[in-house]
Design a protein around this ligand. Structure first.
Ligand SMILES: [Zn+2]
Length: 58
């Protein structure tokens, strides 16, 4: 199974896309990107829920 996230679904205007075979790895990639590119150094529960809600599994 592949998990995908389009950052733009969570952060409008962002073109970053993420893909991983592992949901936790995907969340870590997104968290790293959010820290570097969006200045979000901590992902709170609400943000994590929003991100999780936009992950597509295929
Ligand atoms: Zn982004």
């Amino acid at each position: 199974m592949t998990f995908r996230l389009a950052c733009g679904d969570v952060m409008p205007g962002c073109n970053a896309h993420f893909e991983s075979n592992d949901r936790d790895s995907l969340m870590q990639e997104v968290a790293a990107h959010a820290s570097v590119d969006h200045g979000l150094h901590t992902i709170d529960a609400a943000t994590a829920d929003t991100v999780a809600a936009h992950i597509r599994a295929a």
